[in-house]
Design a protein around this ligand. Sequence first.
Ligand code: GLU
Length: 408
Amino acid sequence: MNYDCKVLANLLFPDVTETIEDLEKRYPERDLKEGARVTRFAPSPTGYLHIGAFYTALVNLLTANATGGVSYLRIEDTDKKREVTDGVSAIVDGFKDFGVAFTEGVTGFGTESGNYGPYTQSLRAGIYHVVAKALVEQGLAYPCFCSAEALEAIREKQENGGALIRGYFGKWAKCRELTLEDIEKNLAEGKPWVLRLRSEGDEEKKIIFDDVIRGKIEMPENIIDEVLLKSDGIPTYHFAHAIDDHLMGTTHVIRGEEWLPSLAKHLQLFRYLGFKTPKYMHIAQIMRLDENGNKKKLSKRDMGANLDDYAKMGYCAEAVAEYVLTLLNSNFEEWRAANTTLPYTDFPFNIKKMSASGCLFDFQKLNDVSKNVLSRMSAEEVYAKYTAWASEYDAEMNALIIANPDYA
Ligand code: GLU
């Protein structure tokens, strides 16, 4: 770099006056007892809750509960393409039906509780810009003006040349070399820009990491100059993840295994930002058996993938939740037999008892658990639940049942 990074930082973020230290004062370390875990469930408001996401949410919630910690719900709405109207309410109401209550975070559309908010990423732009500016000041981030066509041309060249690593890095990363004058000129012309990380990773070097359930994982360092802020100033998932989980005091990032390939990027970001790395735990997906007895991912189209399916099929929420618990910890049923009246959220969940490989979804087992859950309910409760279901899904049966409640 042939320029003063502070000058560039002021050029890109003239309105930002705060520093990371200021943010850290606003979000002080949590005062929790030794061993208490702070976890979060961080869905995008797509209006759809996959059973696998519910499974992940339960691991977060129970881990915090079992250690006297905090679990919070954060809405990750930085990808406007995936968002649907009412997506937040669908998630919050879905959890309520399943008896899941986070300690803090988003509680409904536009409402939240807790001291570490806002818990909706689109309301945190100012925070991300403070951190972005600090990275530019340290020479660890730069603006990139490459158009979509220019990026596509790079992608094609890399593909045709059989490049093993593809993306914006090294000789491909032209905007790394821009002078301050070039940047000033582009900005004056109103050219759109994204903010990229200036990666100093070395592809020959490996990072070794300890995942809570998977154990040691080795992967090459990240060499890609990842996008941190998109052209509208909204952060990418990677950038927001590091900032939010640091400021909100997350001790354990428990998320789906689809994020494992991004881990090198995340660890690098935490290092560049000088933030303590949280513990990570990557949860395997729920699988199902196909017609030929092969394990397959429970995909969006499969019956039972969407949490809403269960209400339609006539399963009560408690039964589904308890079934998921049997998948999480094999001693759940034993605990339930000994504690018939406690809510399932009191179960002393143990991360270490989870298996690292994907569990198998099994309707037979769900029916079994459901039968047990129903058998613990009073006749009145079952009647109320049944009529609530039938009034929506089976009008004929409902008419018969409500005509003679005593007999029913
Ligand atoms: N918003 C991400 C998703 O919906 C969350 C991943 C995470 O838990 O960090 O997949």
